[in-house]
Ligand binder design. Structure first.
Ligand code: NAD
Length: 460
């Protein structure tokens, strides 16, 4: 494990720069080999990963595999496509450039920094790392201190498989993060909250370092009347309460058509019992809140509205039952910030135009969900709202499709990743134009006399 106490960060960065300068990471065969090693490292340590996630979040083994270890699919996808991605792309040239040829080369940026959050503490470090490796960079990883077991595991695992001059892990909290941010990196990939995102961007600006900010926000879930109710309640319950609601793209709140509200609430109640039993505290499949601080923040949000189901808490165990809350107003505290926990407020609407206006009056969310078979409504929501991504008739699943770029817009983030988007994020697209010596037309050279008419003809 490397901490800033044992080897100064600046020294590791220097070593990484030296390694990058050797050009080794530019070799596509090297990148593929490293991606294979990364996959191997994950497969050889599955049980350790499961245990670390259990210790940090009481994550069920099933969820550990489904949402963290299966990040290996991103590795497979990168290995499958990397030869295409790294090929120089031909670009068209206008007729006036008939003797030129144009190409776009994707080149690595150099030494990049990845700062991760605690909610999917393994996946959200490894998934961007896949992009950084595929694009040919050296990487610094800073996992979240709030998931200490996973952070510690990563700090132990990575050096067993990779030289720190290529991939290094630095453990620590805010201070470590800020010390890292004071250094010059060639790219910063940050996943976390919006307010810390601002701090990261400010620090990056000092070095003119480009950033990806994968942030959060309140992702609305609209439920129309034209649905299959049984499927709807299952998909919402799953997306909201997986990882005890600590998912950046969990449906934050429900906006439901007044006509179907009672049925939806009854369905959610029934499904929550089906998934987690009468006492979710004893369900092996239900996670815990990451820290006492986050528990207290969430407990405070429970002061609004009327519980339809849930509401039970246990501070010592950082347990909050899957909770659905009715009679919530837009002014309540729970509607002012991202919930990021297992509390689901229900707000009814009688006019979808008003519901859309309310969504649009707030910061742009990371995800937006619509349950409706009505094609016109689907079209309207897509046209009239803006969000990082949209999933129709489901929740959360869109982040599992590698061909879909994943990221926010406005307050929910800058940039995107997954699949090719990860490769592009960690690459510079270098435009290259090539002339030939066959001809040398004089129209652009001084003296300009008599040449303007030709130029004006180009205006069309
Ligand atoms: P956070 O912003 O508190 O912390 C993220 C990282 O930033 C950690 O590694 C932490 O050590 C570091 N950090 C914290 N304070 C810092 C500071 N002042 N200066 C520099 N670095 C600092 O976020 P979190 O609580 O770990 O995660 C929750 C947030 O992340 C939620 O808002 C959630 O929506 C968002 N999130 C987004 C995505 C996404 O893909 N867009 C995924 C997961 C989580």
């Amino acid at each position: 494990m490397i901490t800033e106490l044992s080897i100064p960060v600046a020294d590791i960065i220097r070593k990484q720069r030296e390694f990058f300068q050797t050009g080794k990471t530019k070799d596509v065969a090297f990148r593929i080999a490293q991606l294979k090693i990364l996959k191997q490292a994950i497969l050889e340590n599955e049980q350790e990963i499961v245990q670390a996630l259990k210790a940090d979040l009481n994550k069920a083994e099933f969820e550990a595999y489904a949402t963290e270890i299966l990040v290996t699919k991103e590795i497979d996808y990168a290995i499958k496509h990397i030869k295409d991605w790294t090929k120089a792309q031909k670009a068209a040239v206008p007729i006036e450039f008939f003797q030129y040829s144009a190409k776009i080369y994707s080149e690595p940026l150099g030494v990049v920094l990845i700062i991760g959050p605690w909610n999917y503490p393994f996946n959200l470090i490894i998934a961007p790392l896949v992009g950084a490796i595929a694009a040919g960079n050296c990487t610094f990883l800073k996992p979240s201190e709030l998931a200490p077991h996973t952070s510690n595991f990563l700090a132990g695992m990575i050096p067993k498989y990779f030289d720190p001059a290529y991939i290094a892990v630095v453990e620590g909290g805010v201070e470590t993060s800020q010390n890292l941010l004071a250094e010059k990196f060639d790219y910063i990939f940050f996943t976390g909250g919006t307010s810390v995102g601002r701090i990261v961007m400010e620090a990056a600006a000092k070095h003119l370092t480009p950033v990806t900010l994968e942030l959060g926000g309140k992702s609305p879930c609209i439920v129309d009347t034209e649905i299959n109710l049984e499927h709807t309640v299952k998909r919402i319950t799953w997306g909201k309460f997986i990882n005890a609601g600590q998912t950046c793209i969990a449906p934050d709140y429900i906006l439901v058509d007044k006509k179907i509200k009672t049925n939806l609430i009854e369905g959610l109640k029934k499904t929550i019992k089906e998934f987690y039993g009468d006492n979710p505290a004893s369900s092996p499949d239900y996670a815990r809140i990451i820290s006492q601080k986050h528990f207290d923040r969430l407990a405070n949000l429970l002061k609004n509205g009327e519980f339809v189901i849930g509401g039970e808490t246990n501070r010592e165990e950082r347990y909050i039952a899957p909770t659905v809350v009715d009679n919530i107003s837009w002014e309540d505290a729970i509607m002012q910030e991202e919930i990021f926990g297992p509390i689901l407020p229900i707000i009814e609407y009688s006019d979808i135009t008003e519901a859309i206006a309310l969504i649009n009056s707030r910061p742009k969310p990371l995800a937006l969900y619509l349950f409706s078979q009505n094609k016109n409504l689907q079209k309207r929501i897509l046209q009239e709202t803006s969000s990082g991504g949209v999933c129709l008739n489901d929740t959360v699943m869109h982040c599992g499709v590698s061909s879909l770029p994943f990221g926010g817009v406005g307050d929910s983030g800058i940039g995107s990743y997954h699949g090719k988007a990860s490769f592009d994020t960690f690459s510079h697209r270098k435009s290259v134009l090539k002339n030939s010596f066959l001809l040398d037309l004089k129209w652009r050279y001084a003296p300009y006399e008599g040449k303007l008419a030709f130029l004006k003809r180009l205006l069309g």
